[in-house]
Design a protein around this ligand. Structure first.
Ligand SMILES: [Ca+2]
Ligand SMILES: [Ca+2]
Length: 166
């Protein structure tokens, strides 16, 4: 069954002819990195590493980048559901790839795109936003569900996702 594969940024792709379509490539990626596990929800596939150690946000970001990945972007309900399957029995917080370090109040994903306002109101309700320079990094938080901005210097576990852009 293993036929023509290509290596892109350390990731094994099923078919390099579809590299131009980011979403399609994302669903076709094989999850082969050590420590990463493949998760599905509907048509969404994610290849994720759930850290076993805690780091501040910048160190967590660096750790993901060091393996050619990025902090998890939770842009859809399916990706949120995938995260919840990982975290639901763990009463602890995880850094995800969302922060407003560069511009206060303007949340950006770890892929550089802006947080959609409508989705932002769902996943990061105003009551969970400090909206101040002390709280610039977003965590999954079982108490301030699902996400909360917090002090980037705090140490949390974190979730990396494999990407095609490494
Ligand atoms: Ca902030
Ligand atoms: Ca907060």
């Amino acid at each position: 069954m293993d036929e023509v594969f290509s290596i892109t940024g350390g990731w094994l792709l099923l078919d390099k002819s579809i590299i131009s379509n980011t979403e399609l490539v994302y669903t076709q990626l094989r999850c082969i990195k050590t420590g990463f596990t493949k998760k599905y929800k509907n048509n969404t596939t994610a290849c994720l590493l759930v850290s076993t150690t805690t780091e501040n946000y910048a160190s967590a970001e660096s750790a993901c980048k060091a393996s050619g990945t990025r902090l998890y972007t939770v842009k859809t309900q399916d990706k949120l559901d995938i995260l919840l399957t990982i975290t639901r029995f763990l009463n602890i917080s995880f850094w995800i790839g969302l922060d407003d370090r560069a511009n206060e109040g303007l949340m950006k994903w770890s892929d550089g795109t802006a947080l959609d306002a409508t989705w932002g109101n769902i996943i990061l309700p105003s009551s969970n936003k400090g909206n101040q320079d002390l709280e610039d990094c977003v965590e999954y938080n079982p108490l301030l569900y699902p996400f909360n901005d917090n002090d980037c210097s705090l140490k949390n576990r974190y979730i990396c996702e494999m990407t095609t852009a490494s």
